[in-house]
Design a protein around this ligand. Sequence first.
Ligand code: ADP
Ligand code: MG
Length: 621
Amino acid sequence: MTESNEAQQYSFKAETKQLLNILIHSLYKEREVFLRELLSNASDALNRLRFETVTNRDVRDLNAELKIRITADKDARMLTIQDSGIGMTRQEVIDNLGTIAESGARKFIEAAKEKNTDLVNVIGQFGVGFYSVFMVAEWVRVTSRSFKPDAEAVSWYATGEDNYQVGRADMSERGTRIEIKLKEDAVEFAEEYHLKNIIHRHSDYIGFPIYIGDSKDAVNKQTSLWRTSKQDVTEEQYTEFYRQTTLDFEAPLLHIHMSTDAPVQLYALLYISSKAERSMFSLRKDDGLKLYTRNILIDEYNKDLLPEYLRFVQGVVDSEDLPLNVSRETVQASGLMPKLKKVLTNQVMRELETLAKNNAEKYQTFWQEFGVYLKQGIAASPADAESINPLLRFKTNLNPETWSSLAEYVSRMKEGQKEIYYIVGEDPKAVLRSPHLDYFHSQGTEVLLLTDPMDSFMLMGLRKYKDFDLKNVAQADVDTTQKPKGEPEAEKIPDADFHSLVDTFKEVLGERVTDVRASSRLYQSVARLADADPNANPDLQRVYKYLGKDYEIPKKVLELNPAHTILKNLLRLESGSELQTIIIEQIYDSALLVEGLHPDPSSIAARVQQIMEAALRQETG
Ligand code: ADP
Ligand code: MG
């Protein structure tokens, strides 16, 4: 190979070929997104250059304007997009354009493999990257010159088939030029008005000027929306900015636009999306906020600006107070971060409280999507519980369909009630049948239903609200001298009989229970499991069960209802008979089950069948 002709041929990786195939053949209608992808790459390259020049002045064309220029020639079917960004060396060209980066492209292939995905619908929300250019291109030539002063210009050429070529190029200025020979049926992309429309639709908020042709006026707005004063931003602009920066199709649930001067200077534009799950097509690949200083992007996914439990918040933070010669690492070290975090956290929490107050319906959507993060926040940072508490919502035994706040619960408390009661369980319907609630139902006392797995974790940090302790109904001391009104008291089994029944229970259940005894707080239920140790923590037992760590069924006291018909009938059976034994087993298993502590619920089915058979034998003689 001679100096003058050292172009080298490489072949695309298998999955790149696959992607090219899908793009070229199935996404015809959405082809215009190729421009969005190329402009977003140009904008990334410009951002990276600007970041580099903060600490490094040894840069090619140090003072060149940061911009993007598009030129189109309809007759030649040529479209050219050139940026003055960071550029690429020969090796970078091979690494970045020869294989699929971790961009949306890989996810896109996965989605394409799933039969039922409607690709044409999802493509609009997709970051498919550089290769989308082959939807419109007969061939593409990328010419690039890196910012590094000693790097030479390089060119990359491909037709979208198996191979690409890399060679030397003539280009004196820094940046990247992408020349596209448009396919015959894609010549519309050489029309200036068409290009302008596409830019308004997808790329208006790119922070660098985009010029078309020789024009000296940029076509895009290029505003830093977060630095614009609130009065000058419309609702549509907020939504559009969100859509263009996240590719989330739905409008956000909430936006928070703020600027402060003390204790730190900052501009922020934050969003809460309407769904907790990041769409698999999202442009955002991680949690975190974009951190700028004086309009320079220094971190794309900064996780130190908000506490972990607000990690679902997205958006931009820009502070003039961060020193200009920062690197991504020293940002973390600078003492400014905790200050920014405090200001931002307070604002987000305040806005959520306001939302809860002014728009209950929207808040409910928020709670259903993101409540679990806040519960986790209470578990992980109990110090923040006080600020998170007002945002919590619960279903209760008396209001099982609506969401109540702790304040609402307290306002409905009965006279003399000194504690906030809750019950923990697996499922909101099942929990309502828990024997622990017998007494509370009989008194009409309200109880919070905690049936989300995260609730058990939350309880580790939520022991008190205002002056009221939270108390698990299973452990609450209850005053059983106050009998439910109106209902005649059922007659109890005589003491001697009851004692022999207790002995039979103990024989059958053996080591599985620590004791069997009578309870005075059961009405509808036969039995309940209670903790032998008043300091036991049933919430923690459940946490262990969820964590699956060496889970053993905790040993408990089985309390029986001495007035219950089942027990009365059980006494009539022959002592030690098979039926008596399996019914005792079943009473214990059912109690475990409603407790949500049963390790293997399906094992009960076989015994239930035995009981049915026995019952039928009795009935049919
Ligand atoms: P992504 O942008 O998600 O990384 P792309 O397929 O769009 O994936 O681009 C692949 C890579 O090619 C980019 O990460 C970048 O390193 C490089 N690249 C693409 N366009 C440019 C450009 N205009 N200037 C510099 N580098 C670029
Ligand atoms: Mg890209």
